[in-house]
Design a protein around this ligand. Structure first.
Ligand code: SF4
Ligand code: SF4
Length: 184
């Protein structure tokens, strides 16, 4: 069984936002909302400063509080690791939004149901990569199957220093970030 997720190489991100636009178009994301974003942060102290560009999305956590705090079973995790929302079961209570430490969810004003990244599961089914990955010209987003030890993402995870965001929340994210080089 695959275990889908992503590695983000921040050193390659140029902040062009092509991924953000591609995601909105691919997934008919409602106005004023986003399933993915690129956060701009300033790191270091003057005069040693640099801008950190950090693509963020749902982490498709293994220990997902959005799933176990959902009172109706609308939020669920598939066997391949993708965390989904069943719109028909969702009552719009926002318990999942409050439980997610990553601000990865919102209520779709058109349906009243929780909405989030699906890793473009409809594209994966067709053997394609998520729209944000395909669109990233600098290849900062690497999608793959962590269940396959020979996959690119598994090899990166085994060989390189990687981190997850807000590790202390204990959600066991499956979006990993390659550690940036230390400031010189
Ligand atoms: Fe759930 Fe948030 Fe983790 Fe995504 S990032 S699986 S919405 S807790
Ligand atoms: Fe579950 Fe929907 Fe409530 Fe989220 S808003 S906890 S998916 S019922």
């Amino acid at each position: 069984m695959p275990r889908y997720g992503m590695v983000i190489d921040q050193s390659r991100c140029i902040g062009c936002m092509a991924c953000v636009v591609a995601c909105k178009k691919e997934n008919d994301v409602p106005d004023e909302h986003y399933r993915t974003r690129v956060v701009e942060l300033v790191e270091g102290t003057f005069p040693k400063l640099r801008m950190e560009l950090r693509p963020e999305l749902c982490n498709h956590c293994s220990n997902a509080p959005c799933v176990y705090n959902c009172p109706t079973g609308a939020s669920y995790k598939r066997e391949d690791g993708i965390v989904m929302v069943n719109k028909k079961k969702c009552v719009g209570c926002k318990a999942c939004i409050a439980a997610c430490p990553y601000d990865a969810r919102f209520v779709d004003p058109r349906t009243g149901a929780a909405h989030k990244c699906t890793l473009c599961e409809h594209r994966i089914k067709e053997g394609k990569e998520p729209a944000c990955v395909t669109t990233c010209l600098s290849k900062a987003r690497i999608f793959g199957d962590f269940g396959d030890p020979q996959s690119t993402v598994s090899k990166i995870k085994a060989d390189k220093h990687i981190r997850v965001l807000i590790a202390e929340a204990g959600t066991k994210p499956f979006v990993f970030y390659l550690n940036p080089e230390p400031l010189a």
